[in-house]
Ligand binder design. Structure first.
Ligand code: PLP
Length: 399
């Protein structure tokens, strides 16, 4: 008999589509994959070389659980330079990916009776990490016309005496939107006034466009800094998803608890990866600009094209590498004896008919959208969007 905890959670909902797409690909079908959540760039050579050097030098043993000091110092330097935030080593813990950092936070903070506010659409792991720790996710809907930012009044209406934390993600996966400083200031005020934690997932910090600036909510004053745990990592900024390295910064009591939890589960993050991470943070950063400029080019193309496809409309995201088109007008359309009445139906239709894989918005808590990742080649983007257009032209769509 499995534990009640294990019975409460579901596998990542993106899996159904993904495994189907992979099976199709394996059987020789040419599927265009807009489902991926990782950069299509290779990790820069200087970073790879730092890891090779670590192996040759025999840096292959256990390290300090929460990360080696040179890496903590590199992270401290990054916070100072990018976010104007001053942290000490005891306020930093390095983990096996930002997802692991978020999980450690969940273990350290959430328990029975706690409520954790999650603006929707949300990243798929947030609700399940809350459930895994016997706490309750409380969803607050955000809308396209607010650029998918949570309204402070809507947030305040969800707050109870059991509110333990709010999970913020800016720039956002799946919407690609970024919080502005004014909204963050209002959210910070609420966190201080009602005494809850802010978990700020800033993994897409480096991927912002149109000259907008990313603001970390922790930088908006001492009081909110004391209630904020900032999560970041190298997966997206340095194309290092497979290396597994993320980190968190926050009040030392929370960081200490996270480190203890880590000491009883994974121990230290991979030793060679830590050396590579020091190089990633302290070495040349031009790679990020090159990658960002390429994403920017694709972003403009994808969004412009999507807005010419009947039934779809898409606002221009200013961060991450996702477009999040509204597909509600397509629902009700028929093909053969079937009706497309949800984002899941639409995703399955596009996979079967157009051989294009994308993620249904339902997975992120909003059925009126689908997520298209443009972390794939321009050739594939052109081909994939043309296929979507063709497939939708075969449908009868409401005006
Ligand atoms: C990719 C991603 C993460 C996790 O990244 P790691 O590979 O675990 O470092 C966390 N949050 C969001 C929103 C992401 O998209």
């Amino acid at each position: 008999m499995l534990s009640p905890r294990a019975q409460k959670i579901k596998p990542s909902p993106t899996l159904a589509i993904d495994s189907r797409a992979k099976a199709m690909k394996a059987s020789g079908i040419d599927v265009i994959n807009f489902g991926v959540g990782e950069p299509d760039f290779d990790t820069p050579d200087n970073i790879k070389e730092a890891a090779c050097r670590a192996i040759r030098d025999g840096f292959t043993k256990y390290t300090a659980v929460g990360g080696i000091d040179p890496l903590k110092d590199a992270i401290i330097g990054k916070f100072q330079k990018d976010n104007n935030l001053a942290y000490k080593r005891e306020e930093i813990v390095v983990s096996c990916g930002a997802k692991h950092s978020l999980y450690n936070i969940a273990q350290a903070l959430y328990g029975p009776g706690d409520e954790v506010i999650i603006p929707s659409p949300y990243w798929v792991s947030y609700p399940d990490q809350v459930l895994l720790n016997d706490a309750k996710p409380v969803f607050v809907k955000t809308v396209e016309s607010d650029s998918f930012m949570v309204r402070p009044e809507a947030l305040e209406a969800c707050i109870t005496k059991n509110t333990k934390a709010l999970i913020l993600n800016s720039p956002s996966n799946p919407t690609g939107m970024l919080y502005d400083k004014k909204t963050l200031e209002k959210i910070a005020e609420l966190a201080v006034k009602h005494n809850f934690y802010v978990i700020s997932d800033e993994i897409y910090e480096k991927l912002v466009y149109d000259g907008v600036t990313h603001v970390s909510i922790a930088s908006l004053g001492e009081e909110v800094r004391a209630k904020t745990i900032v999560v970041n990592g190298l997966s997206k900024s340095h194309a290092m998803t497979g290396w597994r390295l993320g980190y968190a910064a926050g009040p030392s009591d929370v960081i200490k608890a996270m480190t203890n939890i880590q000491s009883q589960s994974t121990s230290n993050p991979n030793s060679m990866t830590q050396k590579a991470a020091v190089e990633a943070l302290n070495g040349p950063q031009e790679f990020i600009i090159t990658m960002r400029d390429e994403f920017d080019r694709r972003r403009k193309f994808v969004v412009t094209e999507l807005n010419t496809i009947p039934g779809m409309s898409c606002i221009m995201p200013n961060g991450a590498f996702y477009a999040f088109p509204n597909t509600a007008k397509i629902y009700g359309a028929r093909f053969g004896d079937k009706t497309i009445s949800s984002s899941t139906d639409l995703a399955l239709y596009l996979l079967e008919e157009a051989k294009v894989a994308l993620v249904h918005g339902e997975a992120f808590g909003d059925d009126n959208y689908v997520r298209i990742s443009y972390a794939t080649s321009m050739d594939d983007i052109r081909k994939g969007l043309e296929r979507i257009r063709q497939a939708l032209q075969n449908l009868e769509i409401r005006k």
